[in-house]
Write a protein that binds this ligand. Structure first.
Ligand SMILES: [Zn+2]
Length: 116
């Protein structure tokens, strides 16, 4: 984040990170995770209606996003269980992510790997 954007960003509320989510119509989005054990890049499809949970009621203050998901991802090259917790804004851009035993990568990173 540059100096100017920092200056003009609201004091409260995280900034969305674009490029991590690919939308599939209205019903689903894709995020991309890389396993830190074998390096596999794994696409993860999330149904917006059932897998993304809206932060409302008692959940509203527990995270910065408008939607969130918690999911365990296992690739096809090894059996490592990657724990993914992502917060999304209203447009399903990533606001915050926490990934153990792996990391969240952008769609571009995912595609680059597959084309090599
Ligand atoms: Zn792996």
């Amino acid at each position: 984040m540059g100096f100017l954007s920092k200056l003009f960003a609201p004091a409260r509320g995280p900034k969305s990170q674009t490029g991590y989510v690919k939308r599939e119509g209205k019903g689903a989005i894709w995020i991309y995770v890389q396993c830190d054990k074998c390096g596999e890049k794994i696409p993860v499809r999330l149904r917006t209606t059932s897998e993304l949970q809206r932060r409302e009621g008692p959940d509203a203050e527990l995270g910065p996003g408008m939607f969130f998901v918690k999911k365990t991802v296992v690739g096809s090259k090894c059996y490592q269980r990657i724990e993914v917790a992502v917060e999304f804004d209203a447009k399903y851009d990533v606001v915050e992510s926490k990934v153990t035993k792996g990391k969240l990568i952008t769609y571009q990173d995912y595609r680059q790997n597959n084309e090599q």
